[in-house]
Design a protein around this ligand. Sequence first.
Ligand code: GAR
Length: 200
Amino acid sequence: MKNLAVLVSGGGSNMQSIADSAKNGALKGLAKVVLVISNNHAAYALERAKNENIKSVCVERKNYADAFSFNAAILKNLEENKIDIVCLAGYMTIVGVDIIDKYKGKILNIHPALLPKFGGRGMYGHRVHEAVIEAKEKKSGATVHFADENYDTGKIVMSEEVPVFDGDTPELLAARVLEAEHEIYPLAIKKVIENLDKEV
Ligand code: GAR
């Protein structure tokens, strides 16, 4: 059984889908969400964690002198809770290189577009969907990839396409993509766990 930590900043619907899957879905018996870390004390994801009886901590950048001590605090929480796999789920800040190094091949991110298109610095949340509509793309989707020291460049684990319709708004497209995110994130975690188990 792998211990998962989910790092969040906002609504936490992906965290919920991972936790649900660990209880009753594809991740049942394979993984458990043991820790939620938020960089935003107002994140609804913290409420969700409480409802699910999942331990949560809030680690906000403003409470640390520099990025190094901020990331060290996150790493300490991951280590103290014996975390095997880190899942970034709407975590809207860059992850420190120390964490990336420590969890190489075991730290995942979900992005609300079909990478490598529409990724990179500044491409998050609604901006992604606005850009996809602006570019008149016929399809978008969700991508789960390994996190590395850059934005959205790590190896892709799984993606799922959704159509973009004429007259779509960023809100409509975001909702369609989010459904795909909820489907693939648990499945991508499962795939990573199975591959890790094969390596042992
Ligand atoms: C999701 O659409 C996720 O892909 C996106 O933020 C949303 C978080 O929703 N992440 C990014 O844009 C990161 N680049 P959630 O808090 O309900 O899971």
